[in-house]
Design a protein around this ligand. Sequence first.
Ligand code: HEM
Ligand SMILES: [Cu+2]
Length: 656
Amino acid sequence: MPESLRQFADTYLMWQEGPMIWISDVLILLTSVGIVATLTYFKKWKWLWREWLTTVDHKKIGIMYLIAALLMMFRGGADGLLMRTQLAAPGMHFLDAEHYDQIFTTHGTIMILFMAMPFIFALFNIVVPLQIGARDVAFPYLNAISFWLFFFGALLFNISFVFGGSPDAGWTSYPPLSELGFDNGPGENFYLLALQISGIGSIATGINFLVTILKMRAPGMTLMKTPLFTWSVLSACIMIIFAFPALTVALALLMLDRIVGTHFFTILQGGNPMMFINLFWIWGHPEVYIVVVPAFGVFSEVVATFARKETFGYTSMVAALLSISVISYFVWAHHFFTMGAGADVNTFFAVATMAVGIPTGVKVFNWLFTMYRGRIRMSLPMLWTIAFVPCFVIGGATGVMLAVAPADYQYHNSYFLIAHFHQVLIGGVVFGMLAGMYYWWPKMFGFKLDERLGRWAFWFFNIGFYVCFMPQYALGFMGMQRRMYTYPADMGWGTLNFVSTIGAYLMGIGFIFIVAQVLYSIKHGERDLTGDPWDGRTLEWSLPSPVPHYNFAVIPTVTDRDMWWVLKEEGRTEELRPKKEDIQPIHMPKNSGRPFLMGVAFFVAGLGFVFNWYVLAVLGLLGVVVTLLRRSFEYDDEYYIQPEEIEHVESALGRL
Ligand code: HEM
Ligand SMILES: [Cu+2]
């Protein structure tokens, strides 16, 4: 027994890999023990289960997504800093080639799928129902399932670091590199299964919010009175629903190649790797818009609120969002202009790619016109929004440069590309999500995040950003390729790389300030007793912070775009206060542990497939089926909140 145990540990626990793994092992162990001990000591297990693990409340699910996104930003950022450390000088031996491969793979995958995605889902959940005057999403139970599939998918991906080994074929996972024969370890399987599991959750979220926005808006809120953040979510959901299935298929086929021995993507037996590459980007390009479009929504809300003006060109904003979601399907081949498609095909995709610049440009001008002559307040959400504009415009311009197909033969897969996509992903998505987090934080928790620490974070992060990524454009022109783990001194890339690494560390300091800001503000943050700390415009600001779990005691009837602002201007805010005679019993979904258990079952099945332990895989799948069946025969899944309780809550909040 001890011998087989040792063999097991030698095979899977990765300790021959060196001190980084041991330290991580110890840290993970200590953190886990710490969490269990704290929960036990403070007798919080029941609370954790009842209030969080079984919740179907969109606000709590949103908060859990937010925590997950911040944790993953830490993990992905640490990966980024490790890579930048290795590249700081020529000929470094900090990471070897194999580890560098693993780290750029986990960094890219985590940042896109397990940081950006949960971050946008956090805001979908926290904001959309409140903004459209609804009590929850259309399918609260499915919403919980989405979260737990995301969570266990992310967990599966992350444990590969200490158990079995990380994937190393890039976040794009192109065959033949990702096929058996080139990549025999379990890492690639971790990638495929983790993405598959969380991807199912994402599709469900797309459907859920599409239905919510189309069917659950308060009476009177026509589509053209719907706030722009909600519009951006609608646009993102359309893309999710049409794009993610392509990823599902691509991952499933590659999985079959690896497990069953099919040859979809192996040239030798008549397969074709280009099929994977096409499928991947048919999802992948819309995916980058999926994560950036909600950020556009945030900027629209923030600009209007902090310039105290109606958004300039509302209708053109909506048209721009919808055209972005359509055009995003016709540009995917710009990711492989150099892979032999021929001039006519390349021309089509080049022109389509440049066309996306038009609606995006419309949006940028609309934000600027909204700010023009506004009484702008420079609070944190606005600060990040203002920083976004130049950053994203440079990112967009370098994107158009990359879209010039013949010129792309020079830029392709160089550091020019790395600089470009970080500029749009950080300047667009990360800035947008942070702006949104600062903006809606008081709504979630009832207090503001500290401005002073937030400004430190802002400046470190922004200056760090330019110091890190501007030199990389030049490095690209100088011939430095992406995914390169080291370079010789005589290439002359040393100085610029060193500068770039300094910038990365400045951003790391910025992130530490954000963490400090959150921790500090929990104790000392300015409490928000009004429910409307920014003088907002949309319905969520008519509610107390934090919002009672049924959201609206009485569902409002909407008469205007920016309804709350109009009522404030006209001194009619009383109209949105609940009146005793209007309060009716509220129909709510019951909490359930099954979405969590289904996540566990998917995790077990995933782990089984990763290691080809089929007994475990079948057990996991059985678990999935059992939870599904039990859900099908679950009839007692809702309850009513009685008027007395609502009156009690509302009068305690001083609203009755
Ligand atoms: C602290 C901030 C960040 C730093 C220092 C950083 C650094 C890096 C580095 C050094 C690489 C590898 C370049 C190469 O060798 O090819 C990389 C790749 C990548 N990064 Fe970042 N990054 C940061 C933030 C982000 C964010 C926020 C996202 C997405 C939302 C992101 C997405 C990616 C992707 C998709 C790749 C490509 C991975 C691959 O080649 O498979 N990064 N990053
Ligand atoms: Cu693209």
